[in-house]
Design a protein around this ligand. Structure first.
Ligand SMILES: NC(=O)c1ccc[n+]([C@@H]2O[C@H](COP(=O)([O-])OP(=O)(O)OC[C@H]3O[C@@H](n4cnc5c(N)ncnc54)[C@H](OP(=O)(O)O)[C@@H]3O)[C@@H](O)[C@H]2O)c1
Length: 348
């Protein structure tokens, strides 16, 4: 699979084709799924390509898998694109229990709903989205296997020398977003261990997915290209290609457990902001400038459990950087959704 990757990505159609091309691990996982697969929160950055990846895999193995993507679809283009790729859609607000009760039956659910940005201005939507929606969905889908996206933000910042937080680290992060994300996990945990009709669940603690149009690497490359200073206050990070993260989401169904299990989902290596910015400087022919200094603590994760169960990401840092550098240089479209990876106080 890795050898089939192109040197450069020139268009969004090519990017989406790469993100939705199943590898052998995805084909195997989709073979085991019962139809339909329901994906909730499918209207954001990951959902569209994840739902289509599952559809493509089913087509490739000749399996009749109905994939249903539910979201509010505030971006109608995401809905149109999904429909055009053979994914059924349901436009629904999961904060309304009645709406949730009308979603189709399934025995496998992918949960992508979340809210992060804007929390420091108004934390109420963040708490409501990250608590009420999981509760409604968990109640609706009792007994169902759930793969739920969480975030590496549930951990506190830790010294680089630790190699990052493993899944048994106490969840004591800074800031309202991260604490609401802990609450989201606690709700899924609760429904995963009910005596009757528990939901076997995997919580995937993702940090920093990348698809060229967004991600920490895109943020750094954009600043290098524009000659803006790059903050070193959070000097280290993990990064994973969105295609690898999506493949792992589908693979995770076979690890659903009751009570739930958490798995960090990111790069096995930890990267330095300074080193990455200097490498982008070489790729883009610009000299990066920096502000602040590396602090001893950062938001970083250990991936031993992921590697053991879900495998290693296939797309390397070097490949992501080459693709992203070219994308920025040639004016590829960006989502303009900065990650704010440099936040030290948990304010988003
Ligand atoms: N991408 C990353 O790097 C990253 C990193 C860490 C964790 N994660 C986690 O992974 C999950 C998926 O990531 P993502 O980047 O795709 O997130 P995202 O872009 O925020 O997408 C989540 C989508 O959920 C939908 N949603 C929110 N509230 C809803 C509601 N009440 N009813 C129905 N739909 C609702 C929204 O789409 P509509 O409003 O259009 O329906 C939103 O775009 C998130 O939960 C996030 O916590 C992602």
């Amino acid at each position: 699979m890795a050898t089939e990757l192109p040197d450069l990505i020139e268009t969004e159609d090519q990017l989406d084709a790469i993100l939705t091309k199943p590898d052998s691990g995805v084909l195997e996982s989709v073979r085991e799924l019962e139809s339909p697969l329901v994906v909730v929160g499918a209207g954001g950055k990951m959902g569209p390509t994840l739902a289509v990846l599952a559809k493509r895999a089913a087509e490739a193995i000749g399996k009749d898998l109905q994939v249903i993507a539910a979201s509010r679809f505030r971006n109608p283009a995401a809905r149109d694109w999904l429909e055009g790729q053979g994914v059924e859609t349901r436009c629904t607000d999961l904060l309304c229990r009645d709406n949730v009760s009308k979603l189709p039956e399934t025995s496998n659910l992918l949960y992508l709903v979340g809210m992060k940005f804007g929390t420091s201005v108004d934390p109420v939507p963040t708490w409501v989205t990250n608590t009420i929606a999981p509760m409604h969905v968990s109640e609706r889908y009792r007994g169902c296997k759930v793969v739920a996206l969480s975030t590496g933000n549930v951990y506190p910042n830790v010294p680089i020398a630790t190699g990052g937080c493993s899944e048994d680290q106490a969840l004591t992060p800074h800031g309202e977003y991260a604490n609401a994300a802990v609450a989201r996990e606690r709700l899924f945990q609760y429904y995963s261990r009910l005596d009757s009709q528990a939901n076997p669940t995997v919580l995937l603690r993702l940090n920093y997915a990348h698809d060229l149009r967004y991600g920490v690497l895109t943020d750094i490359a954009t600043k290098v290209w524009n000659g803006e200073p790059i903050s070193l206050d959070v000097g280290y990070f993990n990064a994973i290609w969105q295609g690898d993260a999506n493949a792992m989401c589908l693979r995770a169904f076979r690890y659903c457990e009751s009570p739930s299990v958490a798995i960090n989902m990111t790069s096995p290596s930890i990267y330095s902001v300074r080193v990455v910015a200097e490498q982008f400087g070489n790729l883009l022919g610009r000299t990066p400038s920096f502000s602040g200094n590396e602090q001893p603590l950062a938001l970083i994760s250990n991936t031993d459990r992921m590697v053991e169960r879900l495998g290693r990401p296939l797309v390397s840092l070097e490949t992501m950087m080459r693709w992203i550098g070219h994308w920025i240089q040639t004016g590829g479209r960006l989502l303009n959704k900065p990650t704010h990876f440099e936040s030290r106080d948990g304010k988003y």
